[in-house]
Design a protein around this ligand. Structure first.
Ligand SMILES: [Zn+2]
Length: 478
């Protein structure tokens, strides 16, 4: 490791002497510019707005905030108004046990399910249904407690049979959802009749026990929500280069789950903002020349939906996109301190991933950088995949091989082993050669995906992600 680093330093010095900008010095300068304080405060601000679903009041606040941040950093941001789509935002909800009185304070860290309707203050008897598929008329007038995930048909049947509301118990995992709720939604519709509340599995267990002791359990609940067709706003800020070909550095601006979404994905948004600010500062203070190609920093109003809209709008010029670096969940990593670069199973991603992987290898273990990093195969489910040919085909736009990767420190809610793609072995990976262990967040899509549990607890994740992406861009775009 040491040998390699000193070689990089020597090469850098040679580049300085030759008159071009000093690569290593500039990379270190960029790394020094990344501000942990700004990264953290931006996450707190964003989470303070609410779930930030594109087009809702909290989404509007978030888009205005992001545009303002870009302006403060010297960009001229533009807004894309995405097409209307059905969105959900809660204004308030209440849920408690009315009887027995000793359980009155039991329910905590619950979360309302997306697309729950507004309901007045109601009291109903709770019954336990192991399998909601078997719901019959006996559910009439009752609140339903269940741990079984239900589909749209089963939800509609519960409604039709007169059930009053649903309390869904979170899955029982080793390290997640014991005292906080995994957030499930109802089918997106204005016609939903009964609300859904998500409970931690310990709250669920206590209620099941109380019912098994043949106690009559009464719950009291209300919800004030808005379900409306709205237009998410996507914010774009460009660092102009010598050519109009460009890299996209992006993150979805909405909370993925409709919860607080500090890790998923205020962390990604904050990291894009900070990478943009640091690079812009080096250019405007003449520590860096104008880049050879442009960089578009984009915060999507609504994950996937806004990205698809962007691709449709730019269908005729997709060949201008040199690559996509998408940041999704860079706020925590429960089991390892590792930076991941996804999708190494896609052949045309090779050149982009090799740059990220060489940055990872050059700086791993140095003070202020990551301790571990690796590339990994595709897992799906985030904005980088919208640029894949299968998605372009579905969007009926010209097919292009656009290198497109996601950078993250956690995905899902359990440590996940993946077979490593043959031919890929990162210098900075400490695990086995044939397996990548994808780190996780215990607060994934939950009521406690809040700064105190994620970004504030492990502030270094966003810092190293901003440094890695910034340095990779220095090698790609200058
Ligand atoms: Zn996400």
């Amino acid at each position: 490791m040491k040998m390699r680093r000193s070689l990089v330093v020597l090469l850098g010095i040679a580049a300085c002497a030759a008159g071009s900008f000093c690569q290593v010095k500039t990379e270190m300068r960029l790394a020094e510019e990344v501000s942990r304080t700004k990264l953290l405060s931006q996450v707190r601000d964003l989470v303070g707005f609410g779930p930030r679903t594109g087009g809702t009041p909290s989404g509007e606040k978030s888009a205005s905030y992001i545009a303002l941040k870009f302006k403060e950093d010297g960009f001229k941001p533009s807004l894309i108004k995405d097409p209307p789509h059905l969105t959900f935002e809660f204004q308030s909800w209440k849920l408690s046990v009315e009887r027995p009185r000793e359980l009155h304070k039991l329910i905590c860290n619950e979360w309302i399910g997306g697309f729950s309707p507004t309901v007045a203050d109601t009291t109903a008897e709770l019954i336990y249904l192991k399998d909601v598929g078997t719901a019959a008329r006996s559910v009439a007038g009752k609140a339903i407690l269940t741990e079984s995930p239900f589909n749209e048909k089963e939800y509609r049947r519960l409604s039709e049979h007169g059930a009053k509301c649903i309390l869904e118990i979170s899955p029982r995992l080793d390290d997640a959802y014991s005292n906080w709720a995994f957030i499930n939604d109802l089918p997106p519709s204005r016609k939903n009749q009964i609300p859904l509340f998500n409970l931690s599995y310990r709250n669920g267990e206590s209620l099941i026990r109380a019912l098994a002791d043949s106690e009559k359990v009464m719950i009291r609940y209300s919800a004030k929500t808005v379900i409306d067709s709205t237009r998410p706003k996507t914010v774009v800020a460009t660092l102009e280069g010598e050519s109009d070909k460009y890299y996209i550095v992006c993150a979805h601006g909405d909370s993925d789950s409709g919860g607080p979404g500090a890790d998923d994905n205020a962390s990604g948004v904050s990291t894009v903002l900070e990478t943009a600010r640091a690079l812009k500062k080096l250019v405007s203070t003449h520590q860096l020349p104008k880049p050879k190609c442009s960089i578009r920093f984009i915060i999507w109003g609504a994950e996937i939906f806004s990205t698809e809209n962007y691709i449709r709008l730019h269908a005729k010029e997709l060949d201008k996109i040199l690559g996509v670096l998408n940041l999704d969940e860079v706020g925590i990593g429960a089991a390892r301190n590792c930076l991941y670069f996804e999708s190494n199973d896609v052949k045309y991603n090779d050149s982009l991933l090799k740059v990220l992987d060489s940055v990872a290898g050059d700086y791993a273990g140095q003070k202020g950088f990551w301790s571990e990093a690796t590339t990994n195969p595709s897992q799906g489910g985030t904005d980088s995949y919208v640029f894949f040919p299968s998605s372009l085909r579905a969007l009926k736009v010209p097919l292009r091989n656009i290198p497109s990767v996601t950078i993250y420190t956690a995905a899902w809610n359990q440590l996940k082993p993946l077979p490593q793609t043959p031919g890929w072995r990162s210098r900075s990976w400490h695990g086995p050669a044939d397996t990548v262990y994808v780190d996780y967040s215990p607060y994934y899509h939950s009521s406690l995906d809040v700064p105190e549990r994620t970004t504030e607890k492990e502030p270094f994740n966003m810092v190293v992600a901003a440094k890695a992406v910034g340095i990779a861009l220095l090698r790609l775009a200058w």
